[in-house]
Design a protein around this ligand. Structure first.
Ligand SMILES: Nc1nc2c(c(=O)[nH]1)N=C([C@H](O)[C@@H](O)CO)CN2
Length: 123
């Protein structure tokens, strides 16, 4: 694989409190979702320029992902994951991403439960 195509920008453990869940009682409360993101980005340009305008701005992405989850109020983690993947591709130009959503409180006997999706191509 060519240089640049394997570079990534990471967000790990982004905590978002939102309405999420399939059961009636879940629609009355907020629960914490933890977002992990690995996004392909050619980091050579920002590495040379030292200018955030050339970078995939992880602060801007974090803010937009939080806003998306809090507006969407999805039932399923799968729905949330597809929405986040779509906005990263359309609004930020991310060509490939691996996204994990954890819902740590959902199954008391488990440390966490969640979903992981991979979308796009690196080439
Ligand atoms: N694959 C999934 N299974 C379940 C989800 C989900 O989002 N994806 N959600 C629930 C409930 O909302 C659960 O979190 C309540 O504890 C059940 N299964």
């Amino acid at each position: 694989m060519a240089e640049g195509l394997v570079d990534t920008v990471l967000i790990e453990g982004l905590a978002v409190d939102t309405v999420i869940g399939v059961y009636d009682w879940e629609r009355e409360i907020t629960q914490r979702i933890l977002v992990d993101l690995e996004m392909a980005w050619d980091n050579r340009a920002p590495g040379a320029s030292d200018n955030v305008a050339d970078a995939l701005d992880y602060a801007a992405v974090s803010e937009r992902v939080s806003e998306c989850l809090q507006t969407l109020k999805p039932q399923l983690l799968e729905r949330a994951a597809e929405e986040i993947a779509a906005l990263l591709q359309s609004e930020f130009g991310v060509r490939w991403l691996r996204l994990t959503l954890n819902k740590p409180g959902a199954v008391p006997a488990a440390r966490s439960v969640g979903v992981r999706i991979v979308r796009g191509t690196r080439a």
